[in-house]
Design a protein. Structure first.
Length: 195
């Protein structure tokens, strides 16, 4: 015990001589309500509505955390409608998503300019990894009566100028797809914002 106390005292003197060792701060917390999308045309920041579309936001963040979107492209661009991405690599090589998510389009959110929604097939519950950003108000995409609608789950809170750059690119037919940017618009990364 005596040797232990002497060693502890020696370490205390050493620490005093070189200065106190600072306590390491906790690493930044990651947001579960804001993501930052880096594209080849600039940065888009998106707020996620986890209270209104909890299943959809959880699904989207799963792809974000898996870095699924890194290196994909915006593969459909309609200058007076939407820009769409989340499923294709350059060269229109498809990247398969996970199981579909239940359509939450009845959440009261509208497909207005700047909102982000789930792209899907005819089946309302067929959305997986693809998303689109509305570049104008598209209320006809909302849920109404027997129309299932497209689930809005987020909104651009910074970078609409980048969205407008993307909607302005030259498009054409490529690889059996229409309205494809002739020069790839790359999604470099999508990450949760650091708080």
């Amino acid at each position: 015990m005596k040797h232990f106390l002497m060693a502890a005292a020696a370490l205390g003197v050493l620490a005093a001589a070189v200065g106190a060792v600072p306590i390491r701060e906790k690493p930044d917390k990651l947001s579960d309500s804001v993501v930052v999308m880096e594209t080849s045309l600039g940065t888009i920041k998106i707020e996620l509505f986890k209270d209104k579309a909890p299943l959809t936001v959880r699904n989207f963040l799963g792809y974000v955390d898996d870095r699924f979107y890194d290196g994909l492209i915006f593969h459909r661009v309609f200058p007076s409608f939407v820009i769409q991405g989340g499923a294709y690599k350059p060269g229109l090589v498809e990247k398969k998503g996970k199981a579909p998510v239940k359509n939450e389009a009845d959440n009261g959110l509208s497909n207005l300019r700047g909102t982000v929604a789930v792209a899907r097939a005819v089946n309302p519950d067929s959305g997986t990894c693809q998303f689109f950003i509305n570049v104008q108000d598209n209320k006809f995409l909302d849920q109404a009566n027997t129309r299932p609608g497209y689930c809005v789950f987020g909104k651009v809170i910074a970078g609409m100028d980048v969205v407008d750059k993307i909607k302005g690119v030259v498009t054409g037919a490529r690889g059996g797809h229409a309205n494809v940017p002739l020069q790839d618009v790359l999604i470099k990364s999508v990450r949760r914002e650091r708080k």
